[in-house]
Write a protein that binds this ligand. Sequence first.
Ligand code: NAP
Length: 261
Amino acid sequence: MAGKLDGKVAVITGGASGIGRACAELYAEEGANIVIADLQEGNGAVAAVQERGREAVFIATDTSEEGSCENLAALAIEKFGAIDVLVAAAGIGHAGATSDVADDSSAMLLVNQPLSSWQRVIDVNLNGVMLSDRAIGRRMIEAGNGGVIINIASIMAKVPQVGVGPYCVSKAGVWMLTKIMAMELAPYDIRVNAIGPGFIDTPMTAGLNVSETGRWAMAITPMRRMGTAEEVASTALFLASDDASFYTGALLHPHGGVFTD
Ligand code: NAP
């Protein structure tokens, strides 16, 4: 049976873990070859794609660095000849701990955080998405075959929460970035959308269920459970496929019913 992404090439930042890895596996099942771009080593993700009968390559990438994103785009083209889909999933919850949950102690208040903490989160979660979109978007424009860009934002783009200020602001920025990129790239037949997941069970949220933040998360989630990375990947498959051919500038929410509007 034909896959929804047969013959496509997808670059997935943050593809070694969590939501990015689930996207890599589902996209491979649907026929895509995959570039895994991450700070973490990507052997597991590459093997998972290959087990599904598709080609995969890992490119060590720091999405907060312009040169690293340009290198990623160049090596992906060198390997596969074209890029059809970008999923920009690389992200951090807060500075100082990479794959970890934030707490809401007074040290996490914006008035008390060092500027460097704010800057690190903005550098990875907002600048990193812009730099990834830009590097890959340029290649898509050059190739002239259109494309799809999917930015992973969060419900936190719309829901403010004390203790994770830089994260909320970075994700709100990703949402506006997505709308601007959608407008700029529409003439090139490049669709740009965002996904704003609710609370998803990944390494980033490993400590959530035993924290005060975790109790708050379940209280605002009508379905009273965390989502899975696979449930977010299903949304990313929809957006990458022709099923979403008239979607651009949208923010879709796999979030178990959290009120975001
Ligand atoms: P995850 O399992 O920690 O995966 C994120 C991956 O991105 C990790 O491998 C991480 O490496 C990598 N990364 C971090 N900074 C990077 C950088 N500068 N360059 C390249 N790779 C980098 O977390 P996840 O839950 O799947 O998160 C994926 C995306 O979904 C993030 O943008 C996150 O904000 C968003 N999101 C998550 C949730 C949730 O509840 N899990 C909800 C809404 C949105 P390290 O481990 O070294 O940091």
